[in-house]
Design a protein around this ligand. Sequence first.
Ligand SMILES: [Zn+2]
Length: 338
Amino acid sequence: MSGPWERRWHPLLDEWVIISSSSASRPWSGAKANAKTTALAKHDASCFLCPGVTRASGEKNPDYTGPFAFDNDFATFASHAPQTNDTQSLFATTAPADGRCRVLCWSERHDMTLADLPVSAMASITQLWRDEFELLQANPAVKQALLFENKGVEIGVSNLHPHGQAYGLPFVSAHAQRMRDAQARYANQHKQNLLISMLEHDSVQNALVVEKATHWSVLVPFAARFAYETWIVPHQAVTNLSGLSDDALLELGEVYHRQAQRYDELFQRQSPNITHFHNAPCDDDANNQHWCFHMAFQPPLREPDKLKYLGGFESAAGNITNPVQPEVAAGRLRELGI
Ligand SMILES: [Zn+2]
């Protein structure tokens, strides 16, 4: 392993990441996060996601148990967005914000994150992930079905009821285009899948694997952009959630559950996190075949009470500085014994 200052190439995003573990030992007099979890009620009558509550739209949630999904009442992309198609001028180009936004409640419990729920709950939750992806993918207006979870007040969630979201985008995001280009270029040059090659590489196998299950591995990426960032990568390439066998889908839920618990154990609290589901775009681009589905956790914490903010360097350069050596992060996550 090399020293505390190093640039590492991120092969999916085609960019440098700066690993600077020396920055983690700088004296800290800035803002601190609340390192303790705030206790929530099992049910909150003022929460629009709880069972039996009437939402802002006037619609009443059923008395559900288990996962429950509905159209976001405050959608960023709407099915009947105004048809403003104007590409006449570079400086006034517009297009309809057609699409769909869904809210995915993991369970009826207002106080239980995915890490807190019993692992048996993950079977129906992973089915929900797949169903919601397929619902959006089937919509001809949707070019990318983007599923994610924002978790914790530290990253600005507007509702504390544990939930994810699914956005059906009317375009392929800039991030996905870069990842698709990188994977297609690698597949054409090497006749192999980029993520599978990365998983099998010595740099990962020797020091970065946190867990190896039957269908999936959890790893810290070699060029991790966030302290304790991890990915869940399949052992066989598959483009999206729809292509998974039932066994692989079930195991994905179990592996996800363990990884979410590792973060809570590491930081000794309900830890904030952003989780991405990286499905291939669903437009008709032939390069989608080279995409490999994976999941990414991007925790904002570097310590229980210290958040990683994206500052001037990151916003100006677009490159990110990670204060924790990825091999050290993987070792700490493995040592938790989960
Ligand atoms: Zn709630």
